[in-house]
Design a protein around this ligand. Sequence first.
Ligand SMILES: NC(=O)c1ccc[n+]([C@@H]2O[C@H](COP(=O)([O-])OP(=O)(O)OC[C@H]3O[C@@H](n4cnc5c(N)ncnc54)[C@H](OP(=O)(O)O)[C@@H]3O)[C@@H](O)[C@H]2O)c1
Length: 302
Amino acid sequence: MKITFCCTDTSADAWLAGLRAALPGADVTLWQPGAPQADYAVVWAPPQQFLDEQPLLKALFNIGAGVDALLKLKLPPQTQVVRLDDAGMSVQMAEYVCHAVIRHFRELDGYEADMARGKWSFRKPHSRMEFPVGILGLGVLGERVAKAVAQFDFPVNGWSRTPKMLAGVQCFAGAGQLDAFLQASRVLVCLLPLTGETRDILNHRHLSQLRPGGYVINVARGAHLVDDDLLALLNSGHLAGATLDVFRTEPLPPTHAFWQHPKIVLTPHTSARTLRTESIAQIAGKIAAMQRGEPVAGRVDT
Ligand SMILES: NC(=O)c1ccc[n+]([C@@H]2O[C@H](COP(=O)([O-])OP(=O)(O)OC[C@H]3O[C@@H](n4cnc5c(N)ncnc54)[C@H](OP(=O)(O)O)[C@@H]3O)[C@@H](O)[C@H]2O)c1
């Protein structure tokens, strides 16, 4: 069995060593143009040339949660695209979002600034009931985030494409309930996949429906957010702030208005990193299952 590794912006050595250790019978190599045909591929943002030269792959394992970049390419028709189910990402996303919500709710930025100036003073506590948190997308990551936020007794709303029932979460579904979901939320967390339907979903019409003092946390993809609409609503005062981890252009261009905005907290697309050890174990398990002819979780419709 041949496995080829083609991951842009990833140091290959540790992945290759890990995959060889987890699949001792396999021939695991780093892809180079002109390399022989493999049975399976482990990829992140591969070039189209890779797919054109590997038409007989049984499966492509995408090592990040988002498959939007991969689905823009022309894929071999019989190749299954398989994503990691979780592999340690959802707990990272839950801690990132809870941190962002609590940092805003408890005004920790303000306290840090006060203390840095030697000022000892108290701010009036907010009521949790006035901070309903809405999670756009209740998939692998969104569901974990919704449950984690609910642990802190915030009211939690969730929105998905198809109806869902989650304990402790008021669930909304489909385009028909999106406005009601937004109007019921003050903090909005985006955890949608990037598709034709969800691109630009964080726009003026939708963000202006959040309760006054709204707060936006985008941890999905930069193209969900219309940057100028967010800036307009922050500057008008309807929105109180935003935490952004993902951007239309990454790295965020040096002249972008987000860098200097006093109401925006930025991180460099780091809210949920691919963890190598967990990912390799999961890929090895899925390859072994496919070799036995068993179905695997995480197959993506292409
Ligand atoms: N910032 C980072 O470091 C980082 C790391 C990992 C992932 N991400 C991003 O996080 C996002 C969420 O990932 P995930 O793995 O949780 O996604 P997922 O499991 O595919 O879940 C997607 C959720 O969105 C809902 N949804 C609503 N409209 C949809 C539409 N038009 N098409 C498809 N789904 C729609 C789905 O509803 P149904 O359940 O009804 O289908 C589902 O609840 C992705 O954008 C991913 O790229 C970011």
